[in-house]
Write a protein that binds this ligand. Structure first.
Ligand code: G3P
Ligand code: MG
Length: 245
């Protein structure tokens, strides 16, 4: 399973437009072996790799992501906002991203985003695409901030490796993770305490933190037992990965 200390966030969001195939390639070119990307349900049940509730920041389009059709989203440019060299980059579908990530031999942390009004709607489609298009269960972690979505993942696909995402870790974390037989806990590095980190590790879970982009931000966390950092800029940490190994 997860045997690396550096995971590229949204591919490698400081190196290329986030959540595009270019960002995944940038992470791989930098040397990461795992990437984190976000999957979003859009109108007509399309599944795309995208982070925001609206299309405005990261594409040439506008409006609410969940209400846009897949064909509209696919018509947009998702690279020009980041830099001219990325003009023409598209919002990938989930299947395109799964295919590309496997072709690069990478592991995947797939974060399920959710619509507040219909949290569970995305889960069956994501699991079905994974069943068809992702071969190696040992190179896949499914994560979400949403407990209900993870519970549905566990019910429908109990052998998948699941991760509960938190900002700050709540008191209920042990109960939450036990219920879905979680593989890992992922939290905001800046809100994690030493005692929490040690408790998560003592309970037998992998501990991943997001999103740090300097060595100093998580200098203590490695000593507390953090297994991997999810970063926009893998170059910062890849040298450290060798040292920490
Ligand atoms: O999965 C870690 C991190 O991506 C969670 O936050 O908002 O960047 O998707 P966000
Ligand atoms: Mg994410």
């Amino acid at each position: 399973m997860l045997d690396v200390k550096v995971v590229g966030h949204r591919g490698a969001a400081l190196l290329a437009p986030e959540n595009t195939l270019a960002a995944i390639k940038a992470g791989a070119d930098a040397g990461v072996k795992w990437v984190e990307i976000d999957v979003y349900l859009v109108a007509d049940d399309g599944l795309v790799i995208f982070h925001d509730e609206t299309l405005d920041r990261c594409t040439t389009g506008e409006g609410t992501t969940s209400q846009a059709t897949l064909s509209y989203i696919q018509s947009l440019d998702a690279g020009s906002w980041f830099g001219d060299e990325f003009i023409g980059e598209k919002v990938p579908t989930l299947v395109e991203a799964l295919t590309y990530i496997q072709s690069l031999g990478l592991g995947l942390n797939l974060e399920i985003k959710f619509d507040q009004d219909n949290v569970d709607a995305i889960v069956p489609g994501v699991l079905a695409e994974l069943d068809t298009h992702w071969q190696d269960n040992e190179k896949l972690i499914i994560s979400s901030f949403n407990k209900s979505a993870l519970e549905m993942c566990y019910q429908l696909s109990p052998t998948r490796h699941l991760a509960q995402l938190y900002e700050a870790i709540p008191d209920s974390w042990q109960e939450d993770l036990a219920y879905i037989k979680a593989y890992s806990l992922h939290c905001d590095y800046s809100l994690l305490t030493e005692s929490q980190a040690k408790a998560v590790k003592a309970a037998g879970y992998k501990l991943l933190c997001y999103t740090a982009n300097t060595i100093d931000q998580v200098a203590d966390h490695w000593h507390w037992g953090m297994d991997a950092i999810i970063t926009d800029d893998p170059n910062v940490f890849l040298t450290q990965e060798l040292i920490l190994d």
